[in-house]
Design a protein around this ligand. Structure first.
Ligand code: RIB
Length: 317
């Protein structure tokens, strides 16, 4: 049966400039072309989950400017239920400026606009959706008060709470016990555990840091490692799931979003943590071969991709 997932989060229009290289501070780099793509971590995750076969409700806000209706229509056309999306006249729709180099790497700046108005009241209005969902999916581009409130209400309703702690922000102690799964990258993990981030951190060290979050109450911490795949850590286990190699990599924007959405869909369907990570790695691998944060694969594309590859899961000693 289709899992039901509620996403509470951000929604943006992404303004992309493709460049030969990313600029340094005070440097101007002349690029190739400009494009607009729908984005925002919340909306990216909602669209990705819907394409992977979930029934998805989205709780968020857009402005009454020209971008709001475009983003609303984009969600609708991707089969995301927008009954709980608010049009807010008080400020502009959220936007992101994305600089993308020829290796698919990016720099992103966000003006949150209406994202910063998503409130606990919005969650209360959408409680029927939250209560009917197997999973609630959250990120950190909306007010922290709303993140904590939504997590608590979903946890009370027995729904599985998944948090993608991006962009990195400190979390209140209270929230950890509401979270079933969390998907930090290494930078976010280091920030949350107040550890030093180094590029050459080994898997054992990453697992040790992830276990700090498990000890705070999170059931599974799945650290996304980019080309290194994912490391899934629970109280009893640490599993390394290597990434699938793909080429060419054109745009890594939103790779963490599709990973988190796919993981949530798979866990909500009852897949094991290892299988859910393989599914999420496959969805992220396909995404990075395409431009745009929402250029995410369908269910069939992910299943065909997995059938054509060898998936590895290694237990850490
Ligand atoms: O995770 C990628 C997203 O981060 C982009 O779509 C951009 O809008 C920012 O929110």
């Amino acid at each position: 049966m289709k899992p039901i997932i509620t996403v509470v989060g951000s929604i943006h229009m992404d303004f992309y400039i493709h460049l030969p290289k990313l600029p340094k501070e005070d440097e101007t780099v002349v690029g190739y072309e400009f494009k607009m793509h729908p984005g925002g971590k919340g909306a990216n995750q909602a669209v990705a989950a819907a394409r992977l076969g979930a029934k998805v409700f989205f709780i968020g806000r857009v402005g009454s400017d020209f971008l709001g209706p475009m983003l609303l229509e984009n969600l609708r056309s991707n089969n995301v239920d927008v009954s709980y999306l608010t049009v807010d006249q008080s400020t502009h729709t959220g936007v992101a400026f994305i600089l993308l180099n020829s290796r698919g790497e990016n720099m992103i700046a966000v003006a949150p606009g209406t994202d910063s108005r998503v409130s606990p009241d919005d969650v209360d209005k959408a409680l029927p959706a939250v209560k009917s969902s197997q999973a609630l999916l959250l990120q950190l581009e909306i007010p922290m008060e709303t993140v904590v409130y939504a997590a608590k209400r979903a946890w009370e309703a027995g729904s599985m709470v998944v948090l993608n702690p991006a962009p990195a922000r400190p979390l209140p102690d209270e929230v950890y016990r509401y979270i079933y799964a969390m998907t930090p990258n290494r930078v976010e993990l280091a920030m949350l555990t107040q550890s030093n981030f180094t590029q050459n951190m080994g898997l054992i060290e990453v697992a040790r840091m992830a276990r700090v979050l498990v000890d705070r109450g999170v059931r599974c911490v799945i650290v996304t490692l980019g080309k290194g795949g994912a490391l899934a850590v629970t109280q009893d286990d640490a599993l390394h799931i290597p990434a699938f190699e793909v080429s060419p990599v054109v745009d890594t924007t939103g790779a963490g979003d599709v990973f988190t959405a796919a993981l949530t869909v798979a866990l909500a369907e009852g897949k094991s943590l290892a299988d859910a990570c393989v599914f999420a790695n496959a969805a992220a691998a396909i995404k990075i071969t395409r431009f745009g944060a929402q250029a995410t694969p369908t269910r069939m594309e992910v299943e065909e991709f997995i059938a054509s590859r060898r998936a590895d899961v290694k237990k850490l000693k």
